[in-house]
Design a protein around this ligand. Structure first.
Ligand code: SF4
Ligand code: ZN
Length: 286
């Protein structure tokens, strides 16, 4: 297959966009993709002091690199969770990443708080990931606030958001809409805003980007990672219906926007999200 832009051999086959690109044209496409969503959804604001949380994996490494290329000023935060070889390997990748983009990296060790994720695994066993998530959110927020950062960015991808949504709906849980949004404003002065610059980008797109641009990352998976059942379901739907995940989250956002902007119909006064409600529109055709 050939590159749609220049005709060289294509290395990136992007079914969601019906597009194939070569290794020279792909990075530009990727940067524009992230730039567009940052702008469209107001994910980052000018002059914010950004703390980019990185894990050493492909997604957050791609995020840090793209923020740098787009001209943002930021620092990195790496949390050493104390997961044996996985943590040391991740830290090595983060240090290499920081050097490659010339950005300051802050390291906080969970051990400073008296325990590690491996301790959690030994004692609480089933609750490893939820305890780990609690620790990461706590440290990220506290570090950012105490050091004067305005916003924390994470490397969440479109698959993270869609699988989270499906899992919660299937589990009959309340929908935590704030976790699905590309940017969360703080509801208290102790909370720092959060943003997901890659929320419209897929894992495959991140992988292509880090490989083509030789961005340091570790392919190692956390040994405590659960079976990614929901992610696999999302991959399978995406395989059958390319573009599903991106359309899905765009739909979620516009639903949320409509919900946030409740209006009253200009003609009948009933609730609507438009100027004239759908019922009045319907009536007008008779
Ligand atoms: Fe933490 Fe590993 Fe679970 Fe991720 S997979 S939340 S790093 S324990
Ligand atoms: Zn090309």
């Amino acid at each position: 297959m050939k590159c749609r832009k220049c005709g060289r051999r294509a290395v990136a086959i992007l079914k969601a966009y019906g597009l194939s690109l070569c290794e020279r044209c792909y990075p530009e496409f990727y940067l524009n993709l992230v730039k567009r969503s940052i702008k469209r959804y107001g994910i980052l604001k000018p002059k914010e002091k950004i703390l980019a949380a990185v894990s050493g994996g492909k997604d957050s490494s791609a995020m840090a690199n793209v923020l740098k290329k787009l001209g943002y000023e930021f620092e990195l935060l790496y949390i050493d969770l104390g997961i044996d070889h996985y943590s040391s390997e991740s830290e090595r990748a983060v240090m290499e990443l920081a050097e490659s983009i010339d950005v300051n990296v802050n390291v906080v060790r969970l051990e400073e708080y008296g325990f590690t994720v491996s301790d959690v695994r030994k004692r609480l066993r089933r609750k490893t990931c939820s305890a780990c998530g609690t620790a990461k959110r706590y440290i990220m927020n506290r570090f950012a606030r105490e050091n004067g950062f305005d916003i924390i960015t994470t490397g969440h991808t479109v698959e993270d958001i869609v699988s989270f949504y499906l899992k919660n709906v299937a589990g009959g849980m309340r929908l935590w809409a704030e976790k699905l949004l590309p940017r969360n404003e703080p509801f208290d002065e102790k909370i720092v805003a959060r943003a997901k610059p890659l929320f419209e980008v897929s894992e495959k797109e991140n992988m292509l980007y880090v490989l083509i641009e030789s961005i340091p990352f570790t392919p190692m998976e956390c040994p405590y990672a659960p079976n990614p059942e929901w992610k696999e379901i999302v991959y399978e739907i995406e395989r059958r219906k390319p573009g599903f995940s991106k359309n899905f989250i765009r739909g979620l956002i516009s639903e949320k926007e409509e919900f946030d902007h409740v209006k009253y119909c200009r003609l009948c006064g009933e609730i609507t999200n438009r100027d004239i409600c759908s019922f009045c529109k319907l009536r007008m055709s008779f």
